[in-house]
Write a protein that binds this ligand. Structure first.
Ligand SMILES: C[S@@+](CC[C@H](N)C(=O)[O-])C[C@H]1O[C@@H](n2cnc3c(N)ncnc32)[C@H](O)[C@@H]1O
Length: 392
């Protein structure tokens, strides 16, 4: 069951497949299924054989509870066995670097205009989170060609892509400094899109212009505005148009059912009786006001559970409590999570200009652009690294 359809045609999980095990909504682990093996965690001992041959997206019951050895089914826990998606993978994967989270890769995929069959050039690969999202967009016939300076990191990412069944879509070139060496092996005008998650994307203008098709798109992922400024400057002076910067902040909400403590009207009424009584003198009024505050303070604590108790009573008594019909006070409440995962950055997009390319001396007015003579380029766009040119 690869991440993308292709390697296995079976709808069921197979021996050797990588799946995502969800223990809690925020606890996800990648597991490679092996016949005869077991997964052990705090919820129990899980037989891989219970998943192999079955569809994913289901509850996976433990054979025994941790610590009970061959305990009974009744005391064992459960997890969910899920099919990997780029979104789940980003949360379950081992983070070797900062990663691009799904809400950002969704926006990047949209504005890069990524579609099946396209070629995307990326650097750096990092942990491979963004690469997996892009791979889904361009698969099955497109390609993600990813460049990573750090060789062991590149190898680890390539291993992950193989495990996910993506080796036919994503190819990593490790040990390459793209700022100095460029996108090695990529032909002029070969790329539909370029994605840069690097410390200095603003040094890549020439190389991006070389590999992009006319009207191809580029995105730089920058954590700070200084980088954005420099990248925008590079795009403005180079053969690019439609420069824009966006952010995609995420705000997730938790929704839970709460039973509200309904006000204790009986007690409140008693304590408020005198408030509107004009016959009371000032001193007495102040005293009673103090009493009221104290009383409502103490009853407030009691009332926290009052709603729950009344509901329980009403449940047993046909919706009535003390002879009165009571209102059900259970409500759904949503509020933003206090901590949210999302390494959000500034996303700066631009498009490669179409049009004539003419040779021009670089007079130091902007980044030198290595564009080409009109006959070169994979698509005849006339872009190569051989001459220094600008687009008119
Ligand atoms: C923040 S990580 C990329 C994370 C990746 N986008 C993801 O979603 O997992 C940046 C990566 O760029 C690599 N890098 C930095 N400078 C580079 C360069 N000049 N050439 C190639 N890779 C570079 C780093 O080694 C690092 O792994």
């Amino acid at each position: 069951m690869p991440l993308l359809q292709g390697r296995s045609s079976s709808p069921n999980a197979c021996d050797g497949d990588l799946i995502i095990v969800q223990e809690k909504y925020n606890a996800l682990t990648p597991v490679v299924l092996r016949a005869g093996s077991f997964l052990n965690n705090r919820y129990g001992r899980f037989a891989h054989d219970d998943v192999i041959g079955h569809p994913l997206g289901r509850r996976w019951e433990a054979k025994s509870h941790p610590g009970t050895g061959s305990g009974t089914q009744a005391c064992a826990g459960f997890v969910h066995a899920l099919k990997p998606t780029p979104e789940l993978w980003s949360l379950a994967m081992f983070h070797r670097t900062q990663i691009v989270y799904p809400h950002d890769s969704a926006v990047i995929t949209l504005f890069l205009d990524l579609r099946p069959g396209q070629v995307l050039i990326e650097s750096g690969t990092g942990s491979g989170s963004a690469s997996v999202a892009f791979a889904r967009a361009v698969a099955p016939l497109g390609q993600v060609r990813s460049f990573e300076f750090h060789k062991p990191r590149a190898d680890a990412a390539q291993k992950d892509f193989r495990a996910l069944g993506l080796e036919h879509v994503v190819k990593v070139t490790g040990g390459v400094d793209v700022v100095k060496q460029g996108f090695l092996g990529v032909n002029d005008g070969e790329a539909d899109a370029v994605f840069l998650d690097l410390p200095a994307p603003y040094l890549m203008g020439e190389e991006v212009a070389r590999v992009l098709k006319p009207n191809g798109t580029v995105c730089t992922f920058s954590p700070c505005l200084e980088q954005v400024q420099k990248s925008a400057e590079m795009f403005r002076k180079g053969p690019f148009h439609s420069v824009r910067t966006v952010t995609a902040p995420v705000r997730t909400y938790e929704t839970r059912e709460q039973i509200l403590g309904t006000p204790g009207f009986d007690e409140l009424q008693e304590s408020q009786k005198d408030v509107a009584n004009p016959a009371l003198n000032d001193e007495s009024s102040r005293h009673r006001k103090r009493q009221r505050i104290e009383l409502s303070g103490s009853t407030r604590r009691k009332l926290k559970t009052a709603g729950a108790e009344r509901l329980e009573m009403a449940d047993k008594n046909d919706g009535r409590h003390d002879g009165r019909v009571i209102r059900v006070a259970a409500r759904l409440h949503s509020r933003p999570f206090s901590s949210m995962k999302g390494h959000t950055s500034y996303l700066t997009f631009a498009r490669r200009k179409r049009g004539n390319v003419k040779a021009s001396p670089n007079n130091g007015a902007g980044p030198k652009l290595l564009l080409g003579d009109a006959k070169s380029g994979a698509d005849g766009s006339g872009i190569s690294r051989r001459e220094s040119c600008i687009i008119s």
